[in-house]
Design a protein around this ligand. Sequence first.
Ligand code: BG6
Length: 279
Amino acid sequence: MLLTDSTTIITRDNIQLLHIENAFAYAEISLFGGHILSFKPKHDYRERLWVSQHAFFDAKKPIRGGIPICWPWFGAHKSKTHLAAHGYVRTQTWQIISCEETGTGTTITLKPQTSTGDGFEGDAQLVLVVHVGQQLTIQLSTSNLGDTPLTYNCALHSYFAISDIKQCELLGLSKQYTDKTRGYKMLDTPQIYKFNEETDRVHQVQPKTLTIADGEVKTDILSSGHDSIVVWNPWQEKSINMGDMADDGYLTMLCVETAITQGQDVAPKTTHVLQQIIQ
Ligand code: BG6
């Protein structure tokens, strides 16, 4: 048996979920999508992640909320527009490679059924390593198994649980961003970064640490291996039009995504690691 004492497997609708509870935290990972759904450190028992109350668990459509893995492209495919947005691994069933207990928590390693697919030329192996401890550490490794360089984009598309989008502030971003809601215009990052409308922004070249300030409650997000931070909230009209979101679902979530949007090259026989740490 691959699992350790802190880890059990349960089924919800058509999906298998790993429940992890150790001395440090509680977490839940869906094998469909290699998709983390919950992280609650025991020092405050506060849920860090948001999952839509109308999320699909049919093992066909991506799950709305948690941490979807977008790979090997981000958003729409650049030439094959009929392909699914955000790549093909968030709708695959992933396999457990290992589960280990360490002095600081539980480490689960997963890989998708296949790392190859229509729309991606590379000969790659994708691996997800999740460490559930006082903090949640997520590492997405892309290894180039081939003899020629490959290029990929991706995101750890984290949905954070907040009490009220209209009260919360995102700290740590600066310079300019590309605004997808305004025809990809480049705009200055607001110095007080608050939310009052649909937000879909790509911020390139950003510091490692960002903070969501939800009143007095703070969530830190540490990123590495990325070239962009994507900030997304669909706001009311889009929430109403999405089949897997409550009409007012946008009020209690904010996506802060550790992303590669500009194409990351990976030389033959090397590995690139994208990491997000949630505190
Ligand atoms: C964000 C994109 O990362 O994901 C948005 O910037 C997109 O444009 C959002 O709408 C959600 O995507 P999806 O495919 O999960 O509905």
